[in-house]
Ligand binder design. Structure first.
Ligand SMILES: [Zn+2]
Length: 265
């Protein structure tokens, strides 16, 4: 008899299943993920209300964990009181990380740089205080993010630079600090030359698979609602770039995610 190896399970390190796009079929979709090769996922948050929803999801499903935090686009919600609330939420058993937090200079109507920087720094301090890893959101803010994270690194923080969009050189700098690089559906896009090159240059041991669902669905589902089962297409693309099996990508990134989020394998 040939021993048939059980299917490798995917770890989706970054989801938003509290998003209203799942209101119609959330429970059905999440329940089905188990049979679609998804082993574990971490729901990331964008403000206090979303942080509470992430914890709620994690309580309902044994394969879901939560990251709590205020996204830079919601930095207006930041004040001393919100950090106190986040601190209490971060103490919950289901919470593994602070995220997603960072800087987003993309839209002119985003909160001002000053407010974003203050909100970001306060949450990095909270992560240090709580001894938790951090999920970073950074868009059109490469230099400020690098400066702040270099400082965070010297203090002992470990970060996942989620939905990585900067140069391969900067990715290698983050890798040198022991950080992880979050790779999702964008890597399957034809025009994502920079991200494909980044994936080629950094070690597989530093890559985290992520959907950022409901956004960023991979080809051939680009533009539609994303979900964790589609990560298989991302794993396939990374495998092709690195010249390894898809199963190896899924297995190694699962272990990476456990290391980053400090879960026993
Ligand atoms: Zn996100």
């Amino acid at each position: 008899m040939i021993w048939k190896k059980e299917r490798e399970l995917i770890f989706d390190t970054h989801t938003h299943y509290d998003d209203k796009q799942y209101d119609e079929d959330r429970d059905e979709l999440l329940t089905a993920l188990k049979d679609k090769g998804v082993g574990m996922l971490v729901n990331n948050s964008y403000n206090i209300a979303s942080s509470k929803e992430s914890i709620g999801l994690a309580r309902r499903y044994p394969f879901i964990r939560a990251a709590v935090g205020i996204h830079p686009e919601n930095a207006d919600e930041y004040d001393k009181g919100s950090i106190d609330v986040l601190r209490e939420l971060a103490k919950e058993r289901e919470v593994l990380a602070i995220g997603e937090i960072g800087l987003d200079y993309h839209f002119d109507d985003n909160p001002s740089k000053d407010i974003q920087l203050e909100c970001f720094r306060a949450q990095l301090d909270l992560a240090l205080e709580m001894d938790m890893p951090v999920v970073i959101h950074s868009r059109d803010a490469a230099a400020d993010t690098m400066d702040i994270l270099k400082d965070a690194y010297t203090k002992g923080l470990i970060c996942d630079v989620h939905c990585y969009s900067y140069s391969p050189e900067q990715a290698l700098e983050y890798v040198k600090m022991g950080f992880y690089i979050g790779v999702g559906g964008v890597v399957t896009f034809k025009n994502s030359k920079k991200l494909k090159e980044t994936v080629r240059q950094i070690p597989l041991q530093r890559i985290l698979l992520e959907t950022d669902c409901p956004y960023m669905a991979p080809v051939p589902f680009r533009g539609s609602r994303n979900s964790s089962e589609l990560l298989s297409y991302v794993a396939e693309e990374i495998a092709a770039i690195k010249g390894v099996d898809k199963e190896e990508v899924i297995r190694v990134t699962y272990d990476n995610a456990c290391d980053f989020y400090r879960i026993e394998k």
